[in-house]
Write a new protein. Structure first.
Length: 74
C-alpha cells in the first residue's frame, strides 16, 4: 500500500512540476509584430531584433511607471 501511495504522490508531483515548467515557458518574453496588412509575425527567439524590441518595450514600461501612470490593459 505504501508503494502505491508513493507512486500516486510521484505522479502528482510530476504533474505539478510539468505545469510550472509550461507556465514559465509561456512567460518568456516574445516579440510579436504586425505587417501592413495586419498579419502577426513572431520575431525569431534570441535574434537581435527580438532582443531590441523587448528592451525598448521594457524601457517604455519603466518610463510609464516613473510618471506614476499605469499602462492601459490589453
Amino acid at each position: 500500500m505504501r508503494d502505491q501511495r508513493s507512486s500516486i504522490a510521484a505522479r502528482i508531483a510530476d504533474t505539478i512540476t510539468g505545469g510550472v515548467r509550461r507556465r514559465q515557458r509561456e512567460r518568456e518574453p516574445r516579440a510579436l509584430v504586425y505587417d501592413a496588412t495586419g498579419e502577426p509575425r513572431i520575431v525569431p527567439v534570441g535574434s537581435e531584433e527580438q532582443l531590441g524590441l523587448i528592451d525598448a518595450a521594457e524601457r517604455l514600461i519603466e518610463l510609464a511607471g516613473d510618471r506614476g501612470e499605469t499602462p492601459p490593459a490589453a
